[in-house]
Each structure stands twice: as C-alpha cells, then as structure tokens.
Design a protein around this ligand. Structure first.
Ligand SMILES: NC(=O)c1ccc[n+]([C@@H]2O[C@H](COP(=O)([O-])OP(=O)(O)OC[C@H]3O[C@@H](n4cnc5c(N)ncnc54)[C@H](OP(=O)(O)O)[C@@H]3O)[C@@H](O)[C@H]2O)c1
Length: 223
C-alpha cells in the first residue's frame, strides 16, 4: 500500500514542522501548508536539509493547496485561528482523516485547563466540518521541543481520541511513524480531557523549570 500524502496546515510552526519532519523521515509524502506559499517552501527546504537519506522530500504550498493534495489533513495552527482556517480548507477535507493537534490555552493562566465553548477544539472542528470528515485528535500533549530532535528517545505517549474506527487506525499508524507510542483514548469527547492535560504539563514545565514534559500510560503491552 502506498503511504498517504499528509498535509500539515500551519506546518511552518513549531509543532507542525516537527511532525512533518518525522513523517517525511518515515517515508510519507508531506506537504507543508502556510498562508504564504513562499514561507511554506522555505520551511520545506529547511526540513529537507535535516532529512536523513531514505526520507521523502517535503514541499510547500498554500494551506488550501496543501489540504487539497493531502489524503490526511493535519491542522496545526493556534486555537484562535482554527475556525477561520477550517472555513478556508473545509471543501478539501471531505472523506479524509483530519488530525487536530490543538491544545487551547487561555492566557494568562496557561497552566490551568480551559475548555472551549464546544467542549474541545477537536469537537468544535468536527462540528464545523460535519460528518463527512473524520476528525481524530492527537499529539496535543507532545511538546514541539522534542519533535525536530531526531535523536530524542521518545518516552511519552500520544493519546488518540476519535469516533471513526478506520481513521483512528490510520492515525495510530501515523503516531507510530513518528517514533512515538499511540494509545487509543476513546471517543472524540475525551479530547476535552486530553487537551486540558496540556495545561497541566505546561504548569509542570514551569514549576520544574524544564521543557517538554509528557505523559506515559503504564500497564499496557508495548512492542
Ligand atoms: N508548540 C507545542 O509545543 C505544541 C504542543 C502540543 C500541541 N500544540 C498545538 O499545535 C498547534 C500549533 O502549535 P505551534 O506551537 O506550532 O503554533 P505556532 O507556531 O504559533 O503556529 C503554527 C502556524 O500557524 C499559522 N498561524 C499562526 N497564526 C495564524 C492565524 N491567525 N491564522 C492562520 N494561521 C496562523 C502560522 O503559519 P503561517 O504563518 O505559515 O501561515 C504558524 O507557523 C496549536 O494548536 C497548539 O495548541 C503545540
């Protein structure tokens, strides 16, 4: 089976570019999306410099072009930009797996869990996109600090929530491709908890003066 093309909307940012690099390393075709095609191309070129032999070179495009090209669409923009961005790319997402990585934080209390009016960013994405798009939430607890460091020995897990069985399986495989361990954390409604846990991690980072703490699920069989 050929690997699906992954479009990373907002892929010029810290989180999206790190995920994009890891998928490219694993051989997935990846298109970086941006509001600026030039900026997207510049980021893709930078990531290609870091790409080890055997990886699939990335390329850049506008967010809409990227969403159209992607078989899997990953939304990696700040929560405040989510609804506008979805409105711009929704026509290109029908029938696709859509990964929401947003972890909404409410300044100034970014270490206190805050839930958007729709319950979670991922639930709001699903409501906006409608039933023809398979929204899965993942990576909200994975710090961008680690993702571009390909030597990082990943010791934290990715909680994956969603209501679409096949799409969730696709995302579990994409988590594995990043070198992380995915755990099926249930229905998309549980994304409210997972997104809120990011604020907990931010608080731990602040109190311990470190970056990039994460969660690990114990008691589960690992390969
Ligand atoms: N950073 C982390 O450690 C981390 C960890 C877990 C989850 N997340 C989640 O991942 C998502 C991305 O985080 P990030 O740190 O990568 O964010 P970011 O660097 O601030 O933004 C990502 C990209 O979004 C685009 N963007 C910014 N403002 C926008 C706007 N108003 N409208 C449209 N596009 C806009 C920008 O791309 P262009 O300028 O190229 O268009 C930017 O490069 C967020 O939802 C965050 O909650 C982040």
């Amino acid at each position: 089976m050929p690997k699906p093309t992954i479009a990373v909307i907002g892929g010029t940012g810290a989180e999206g570019s790190g995920l994009a690099l890891r998928w490219a390393v694993a051989g997935y075709p990846v298109v970086i999306g941006s509001r600026s095609a030039e900026k997207a191309t510049a980021t893709a070129n930078e990531l290609n410099v870091a790409l080890p032999a055997g990886g699939t070179p990335l390329y850049g495009a506008t967010n809409a072009e990227a969403a159209a090209a992607g078989e899997v669409v990953v939304l990696s923009v700040p929560y405040d930009a989510q609804a506008d961005m979805i409105a711009q790319i929704a026509d290109h997402c029908e029938g696709k797996t859509f990964i929401n990585v947003s972890a909404p934080l409410k300044p100034p209390k970014v270490s206190v869990a805050w839930h958007p009016p729709g319950g979670s960013a991922a639930l709001e994405a699903q409501a906006q996109l409608g039933e023809k798009v398979n929204v899965i939430a993942a990576f909200q607890n994975i710090s961008a600090n680690h993702l571009k460091d390909l030597s990082w020995q990943a010791d934290c897990d990715v909680l994956v929530t969603g209501d679409h069985k096949a799409a969730k399986q696709t995302v579990m495989e994409l988590v594995q491709a990043t070198g992380l361990f995915g755990v099926d954390a249930g229905a998309l409604s549980n994304s409210s908890v997972v997104e809120g846990l990011t604020a907990v991690l931010v608080g731990i980072n602040i109190r311990h003066k470190i970056k990039g703490t994460g969660f690990r699920i114990t008691g589960i069989a690992r390969e």
